[in-house]
Design a protein around this ligand. Structure first.
Ligand SMILES: [Zn+2]
Length: 504
């Protein structure tokens, strides 16, 4: 068979002041068109890597349109959305005798306000549908932190969300998408879907799938998926930074021709999620208290900053924890990471061993606190790409990475934003993180705990500043999101499922 493939992935944080332009896709994650897509992603454990391998194994041919993926940040610029959409549509128009379309979309994209697009992914898939018609199946793979809309689901034949957080199953879902599209095209299965959306708008702080509420929900999901006629049940956690009408948790159940079963199962899992809603909330500690606890412990303690998470749209330049470590009297510490292009360049120019006084951090916007003036010694300079994690085989180029030793606290300063939640960033820079009393890490605690397992066992989520705060009530004013939703609004336990539902 002959499949069109493409990827357009961005998690857009509505509270992030800077829109995401082409440079973010081209320089800071990946962008490729045509056959360059195969060169770029073949052999990686990404969704598109899964498309490529499974197609090859099945003897299918691929028409790559483009792949564009950027780090989370502000809403995507309108011209980027229009251009990417144009390239995909033109690819679909040019392709002859297509048997299907395979897409990797994050599912939490927003386009800047002036574009007036409330549902970018839905409108993209709907536009592709118009080109390929209804006889050519479209299968879409989405992130676990995706939002879903009726337009998106109605425009695709099948949507599959990652089942794992961290997202180690991206590749597997890509492979599965190919297997499913072959079945759909061959008339072996007839997917029908139901989408259930309880009034839930959850932070990402406790969505790990190997423990906690998401783990329990995925156990139920896996059991329900064993029932006859069930093709897939996807549990979309939603993205807390989305200010889109339909943002938030949703369940999509796809069955082979049985709409009633799809509705029943989607509602069953959505009801289970609603019942566990309090379990998704994790308290955070003030930074001074966390530093005191770390100093009283006789083991290294990690302070987790989910408030300035570069993987959620944070600017990665808050120095709130670094300030706390210095003021709290930590003698051996670490801070990963502070994005500050100016200071990184000054450190590289000064060279290793040089003492510098710098005004560090909080330069991107006014939402990530105040800079701090520190004097330190340049301990190392690193300029090669850093592994993204231990499973996709991808690396990330953050430009200059310098370590500034500020009275024993190793501050990792980067030229570009760097996501380090899935690695021990100190190791490739030549430092042993087990020697610290306390170190700050930006990102989701569940990733950081796994990345540092065996090195640091004790972690404290702290109350920092930034656009990814795990208390969603602190993020800002939501203008488009449907209301009421919990926990932004106080809803009683019997608010879901609806007692009288006219659609039943
Ligand atoms: Zn995600």
């Amino acid at each position: 068979m002959h499949f069109l493939i493409g990827e357009f992935a961005h998690e857009s944080n509505a509270f992030c002041a800077h829109p995401t332009g082409f440079e973010a896709f081209r320089q800071r994650e990946w962008y490729a068109e045509g056959d360059d897509v195969l060169d770029l992603l073949q052999g990686t454990r990404t969704v598109v890597g899964g498309f490529i391998d499974a197609a090859k194994r099945g003897g299918h041919s691929l028409v790559p349109t483009l792949v564009a993926s950027a780090l989370p940040g502000g809403p995507v610029r309108q011209e980027v959305f229009d251009d990417v959409k144009h390239v995909m549509i033109a690819g679909a128009q040019r392709a002859e005798a297509l048997d299907g379309v395979l897409l990797a979309l994050h599912g939490a994209m927003s386009v800047e306000d002036r574009a007036g697009i409330d549902d970018p992914e839905g409108s993209l898939v709907a536009a592709l549908r118009q080109v390929v018609g209804w006889s050519v199946p479209i299968v879409v793979v989405l992130d676990l932190h995706s939002d879903t809309t009726d337009l998106l689901l109605q425009s695709a034949d099948l949507t599959l969300a990652y089942n794992e957080e961290p997202h180690r199953d991206a590749y597997d879902r890509g492979v599965e998408a190919v297997e499913r599209i072959v079945q759909i095209r061959g008339g072996e299965i007839f997917p029908v879907r139901s989408r259930e959306q309880p009034p839930l708008f959850l932070p990402a702080i406790n969505m790990a799938t190997d423990h906690g509420p998401m783990h329990d929900l995925h156990q139920i999901r896996a059991e329900l998926e064993q029932l006859p006629k069930v093709i897939d049940i996807s549990l979309h956690g939603g993205f807390y930074g989305s200010d889109q009408r339909d943002a938030g948790l949703s369940v999509v159940c796809t069955t082979d021709g049985d709409e009633v079963l799809a509705t029943t199962l989607a509602r069953r899992l959505a009801t289970e999620a609603w019942a566990r809603r309090e379990d998704f909330i994790v308290p955070v500690m003030s930074i001074p208290d966390a530093v005191r606890q770390a100093l009283a412990a006789n083991e290294p303690v990690g302070l987790i900053d989910e408030c300035d998470d570069p993987a959620g749209g944070g600017s990665a330049d808050s120095v709130a924890i670094l300030r706390g470590l210095l003021e709290g009297g930590v003698a051996r510490g670490g801070m990963s990471t502070v994005k500050d292009a100016e200071v990184a360049a000054a450190m590289a120019a000064a060279g290793i061993g040089t003492e510098l006084t710098v005004n560090l951090g909080a330069k991107t916007d006014t939402l990530h606190g105040q800079p701090i003036t520190v004097t330190g010694t340049v301990a190392t300079i690193h300029t090669s790409p850093i592994p993204t994690d231990s499973w996709t085989g991808t690396t990330y180029d953050a430009g200059i990475i310098g370590v500034l030793d500020v009275h024993g606290i190793l501050a990792v300063v980067t030229q570009h934003k760097l996501v380090t939640e899935n690695i021990d960033i100190f190791a490739p820079l030549g430092f042993d993180v087990t020697q610290v009393q306390a170190a700050g890490f930006k990102g989701l605690g569940l990733h950081i705990r796994q990345a540092l397992a065996g090195k640091i066992e004790r972690f404290i989520p702290v109350d920092g500043v930034g656009v990814t705060h795990p208390d969603v009530r602190k993020l800002g004013t939501f203008r488009r999101l449907r209301r009421p939703v919990w926990p932004l609004d106080d809803l009683p336990i019997d608010a879901y499922p609806p007692r009288r539902d006219s659609s039943q």
